[in-house]
Design a protein around this ligand. Structure first.
Ligand code: HEM
Length: 504
């Protein structure tokens, strides 16, 4: 009796074990099929590809020096290779820094490479704006903003804003800092300056965030948080950040709070502009800020228009503030650590007062933008099958990452001394700026989607750099750590701590 009951108890266990063995063998079979299929489909792998976790270990191991490590690996692989994320996450990218591929993607076969739905979801804080849309909608925004950006009155207005802000705010603040002999985070100063300048240019008012007390400004904090969270979304599977958003936890909780803060800020600015605009138009002098220009060209005044203005304003504030801040911060670090370059810029500033004639300064800025592109990479998605000049085939919906950071350090483009800071490489024998095709110097990207703020940025950076370098010498605080952040815009992780002394 006892024996029988024992046998009865053993029987279902054995059956279950058999079942489990069958399932395990089937799973192992599927696992192998998937692994070999993935190996055959994706060639030219950038890093070792592990079952299930893909290339995550190499990515995490080199997290601290991701940009340099990827640049080095891309060089070894001839400029193009595949990055495969963990299985079933869809985080697979063809990564390239090959200028001919960039030429095809950005110009020659432009219509086949779009920003796409996935990127639009990640960038949802930007709403429907020039940065997120494709095809006809993009053409419409581009034409609208192009006409404003290229208008002579808008150009003069921007320059006036920057010059006034330098004279009335930046130089007096630096004078105080110099007198007190205290340390200063130059990245923070540029971030505040640019926020004020870009608000004046886009919204028509100065929030005056740049002041000696360096108080925390809620809106600046909110913009930073949106940048961080948006980047975070690009590094994890879509399902994970979407779940976090639904539950309102982790970075997504921060994102929601930040969106509320700047939405309030932007909608209040739009409402106040709508109120003031008819009065301004009644006077002879019209407002030249971007919001006013867009409102004037658009007579409808319903909620949808406000949303469009909010999306446009947000995108331009984001594009204008962080990129110039990044470019100037890296530029000043490079100049402060290369005294011979600093001396040459200073000589030129003393002789050439007009920014358009400051060739050496322009060359030094280009060189900084080459080594530290404010936007380190851009993403595109294919519509149809294509073969890139490097020989890589891309099927529909392939995600392509163009590493602008690696392009700026590519030996084939810049030569053996590509890692050195040498403004001279930009100066021609006749003393002008060497023309580099935009598919080789792609910091502002190439083709029809080229950055609309390129000229504006150079003018602003030259005005600011010459005002500072004409009056002060910049000294980086000893042992201050310098490393780039992992984010949409290449900032310095610990800021740029400096001291300044007055020039005699
Ligand atoms: C050093 C400064 C800057 C750099 C390096 C830079 C770089 C870039 C890059 C790489 C893109 C392409 C992004 C992509 O397609 O994924 C872009 C697009 C754009 N940038 Fe800039 N940018 C700078 C400053 C500015 C400023 C100051 C503004 C305006 C306030 C601006 C407005 C735009 C616009 C409107 C686009 C979208 C163009 C389009 O898609 O048609 N940028 N920029």
């Amino acid at each position: 009796m006892i024996y029988r009951s024992k046998a009865l108890r053993l029987y279902p266990n054995q059956k279950m074990l058999g079942c489990l063995q069958l399932i395990a063998s089937f799973a192992a079979f599927l696992f192998l099929v998937f692994h070999f299929h993935r190996r055959r489909y994706w060639r030219d792998l950038l890093f070792p590809d592990w079952p299930l976790i893909g290339m995550l270990p190499s990515f995490l191991k080199n997290l601290g020096q991701t940009y340099d490590y990827t640049t080095e690996v891309l060089q070894r692989k001839g400029g193009t290779g595949n990055f495969l994320g963990p299985w079933f996450t869809g985080m697979n990218y063809l990564v390239t820094c090959d200028p001919m591929n960039v030429h095809r993607i950005m110009s020659k076969n432009f219509a086949n490479y779009i920003k796409g739905h996935d990127l639009r979801e990640v960038l949802d804080a930007f709403g429907d704006s020039i940065f997120t849309v494709d095809s006809d909608a993009w053409k419409h925004y581009r034409a609208l903003q192009h006409s404003v950006f290229k208008a002579k009155c808008f150009e003069k207005f921007r320059e006036k804003i920057v010059r006034e802000k330098v004279e009335s705010c930046l130089i007096p603040l630096l004078d105080q800092v110099e007198k007190r002999g205290v340390e200063l985070d130059l990245q923070d100063v540029f971030g505040r300056f640019n926020f004020d300048a870009v608000c004046s240019i886009v919204l028509g008012f100065d929030p005056k965030s740049l002041a000696l007390d360096f108080q925390e400004v809620a809106c600046i904090r909110a913009f930073d948080e949106v940048g961080e969270c948006t980047f975070y979304r690009q590094t994890i599977p879509k399902s994970v950040w979407k779940l976090q958003r639904w539950l309102g936890i982790g970075p997504e909780k921060k994102m929601a709070r930040a969106c509320e803060v700047f939405d309030r800020f932007l909608y209040e600015s739009i409402a106040s502009k709508r109120e003031k605009l008819p009065k301004i138009n009644g006077n002879e002098k019209e407002a030249d800020d971007l919001l006013a220009c867009l409102m004037r060209g658009d007579e409808g005044k319903d909620e949808a228009d406000d949303m469009l203005l909010r999306d446009t304003a947000f995108s331009l504030l984001f594009a204008g503030r962080d990129t110039i801040t990044s470019a100037l911060t890296w530029f000043f670090w490079l100049v402060a650590t290369h005294p011979s370059v600093e001396a040459k810029i200073h000589e030129e500033i003393k002789e050439e007062k007009e920014v358009k004639d400051q060739v050496y300064l322009h060359a030094a800025l280009c060189e900084g933008l080459r080594l530290y592109p404010p936007v380190p990479s851009v993403i595109r998605q294919t519509i149809k099958h294509d073969i890139l000049p490097s020989g890589h085939e891309v099927s529909p919906s392939t995600m392509i990452m163009i590493s602008l950071y690696a392009m700026g350090r590519c030996e084939e483009i810049w030569g053996k001394d590509c890692l050195e800071f040498k403004p001279e490489r930009w100066i021609s024998r006749r003393g002008g700026i060497v023309h580099m095709p935009s598919y080789k110097f792609s910091t502002f990207i190439a083709g029809p989607r080229t950055c609309l703020g390129k000229d504006l940025s150079f003018t602003q950076m030259k005005i600011m750099a010459s005002a500072i370098l004409c009056n002060y010498q910049v000294h980086v605080v000893e042992d201050h750590p310098i490393s780039p952040t992992l984010s949409m815009v290449l900032q310095m992780s610990y800021g740029l701590k400096i001291r300044i002394s007055k020039r005699h």
